[in-house]
Design a protein around this ligand. Structure first.
Ligand code: DX5
Ligand code: ZN
Length: 219
């Protein structure tokens, strides 16, 4: 099993103490910062945008995994590259020319991710799987943290894993939404490589320890 990555979502951080929470992630065993950008159109919520990410990037010492929940993301690929994103994920449902978008992300030196909603079939990615570094499988409907994990995600992970294998791709599978200590092991057993976790980490008494415990499940 390759190393399992844990990516705390700052959506669940205390925005009035953002630097403190960023330092917590820096000091912890977390691997990436997961940053959820919402535009109020693609999803029924607005989170944060460029000025906030610029401030986060100043303090963050780990790769920025940016999850765009916005319409027409092509308009902003360069902006997020300039802000320091390492991985940039766009939504399948927001990209009529997904292959071109992926080329654009790679051309800017970032890893290309594709996020898919719970109702979107993983089979739709087969013809571009070799161009995708990360598939972000939404295990809740995007827009809000703290929602209940959708159980059908396990089936999607297994199907996606087969697609990746039969195309000899190196795509990582990221699970986003409702991840916690109860489902983490089963998700990894099904084939997940990256676990996004928001409320489970930030609402816990000792977030650093919670991240360490999550990692501890896979050593
Ligand atoms: C939901 C976001 C998630 C969210 C995860 O739209 O994409 O990244 O922050 O939060 P939890 O872990 O609380 O479900
Ligand atoms: Zn996300």
């Amino acid at each position: 099993m390759s190393k399992i990555l844990v990516a705390p979502s700052l959506l669940a951080a205390d925005f009035a103490n953002l630097q403190r929470d960023i330092e917590m992630v820096n000091q912890s065993q977390a691997d990436w910062f997961h940053l959820d950008v919402m535009d109020g159109v693609f999803v029924p919520n607005i989170s944060f945008g460029m000025p906030v990410i610029k401030s986060i990037a100043k303090h963050a010492k780990k790769p920025l995994d940016v999850h765009l929940m916005i319409v027409d993301p092509d308009r902003y690929l360069k902006t997020f590259a300039d802000l320091g994103a390492s991985v940039l994920s766009v939504h399948y449902e927001a990209c009529p020319h997904l292959h071109r978008t992926l080329q654009g992300i790679h051309g800017l030196g970032m890893q290309a991710g594709v996020a898919i909603n719970p109702h979107t079939a993983v089979e739709l990615l087969e013809d571009v799987i070799q161009d995708i570094d990360l598939v972000c499988l939404m295990s809740v409907n995007p827009g809000f943290g703290g929602q209940k994990f959708i159980e059908n995600t396990y089936r999607k992970i297994e199907k996606l894993h087969k697609i990746i294998d039969r195309n000899h791709a190196t795509t990582k599978i990221e699970i986003d939404g409702g991840v916690n200590a109860e489902n983490a092991r089963a998700l990894v057993n099904a084939g997940a490589d990256v676990l996004v976790t928001g409320n489970f980490v930030f609402s816990s008494e000792n977030p650093t320890q919670t991240i360490e415990d999550l990692h501890g499940l896979f050593v």
